[in-house]
Ligand binder design. Sequence first.
Ligand code: HEC
Length: 234
Amino acid sequence: MNKLVVIWLSTIAVSSPSFAQHGDASRGQRDFRMCAPCHSLEADRNMTGPSLAGLWGRRAGSLPSFERYSDALKSSGIIWDDRSLDGWLSDPDGMVPANEMPFNGIKKPQDRADLLAFLKEATKPGAASELYTQGQMGGMGGMMGGGRDQNLKSLEPAQQVKTITYCHDTYRVTTADGKTRAFWERNLRFRTDSSKDGPEREAPALVPAGMMGDRAGVIFSGPEEITKIIEQRC
Ligand code: HEC
C-alpha cells in the first residue's frame, strides 16, 4: 500500500508541471490574505503594489496608474499567464532579479495552484466589485491593514483631528470628541493620502500604528497641510 502511494505521488511530480495543477479557488481566496495587504483586486486601486485587476494577458510592470514599478519588472518582457504567474509566485527574485516585491514566494505547488485558480476569476473585469459587495472580501482588511483601506472621508469623532500642537519633544493631538493625546515626537508619524480614500482637505485623520498604544499616525490630504496644521505652542 505504502509503495503504491509513493509511486502515485512521484508520477504526479514528474508528469504534471506545477502550473497545470488543479487549483481550489476557495482555498485560494483564503491564501490571497498573504497578498491583500499590498494588492487590491479593484481596477486602479493601487497600494504598496499595483492593482491585480485585469492581470491575465497584461505585460509585467505596465499598469499606467501605478508609478512605483522597478526597472527590473518593467523591462522583464513577461506577459502574465498561468505559467508565468506560477513562476513569479514560486520565486519572485529568481524570476526577476532586483524586482521590488517584498515577498519570498510560495513553495508548495498546490498552494500556488489554489491561489491562481482564485485570482484568474477574481481579476476578471467586474469580478472584484461583486466579491466586495457580497461582503466576501470584507473581513480581509481589518486584521492586516490591507485589502480595502478605510475611507478617511467619513471619520469617527475620535479619529477626526482638530488641532496638533508641538512643544519640545511632544505633539498634542486634539480630536473632534474633545480628547487630547500626547505623543513623543518619534512615535507620531505623518503621512499623506491624496486618493479618493484619503481625508478631506484640512481634516486629517488619526490612525493607530502598530500594536503599541503609544504610537499613531496622522494622515493628511497632502504634504502642504503638514506644516500648515501643526502649530508650535507650549
Ligand atoms: C509587501 C507587499 C507585497 C506583497 C505581500 C505581495 N506583493 Fe505583489 N507586488 C508588490 C510590489 C511592490 C510589486 C511591484 C514590484 C516591482 O515593480 O518590482 C508587486 C508586483 C506584483 C505583480 C506584478 C504586477 C504587474 O502589474 O506587473 C504580481 C502579479 C503580484 N505582485 C502578485 C502578488 C501576489 C499574488 C501576492 C500574494 C501571494 C503578492 N503579490 C504579494 C508588493 C507585494
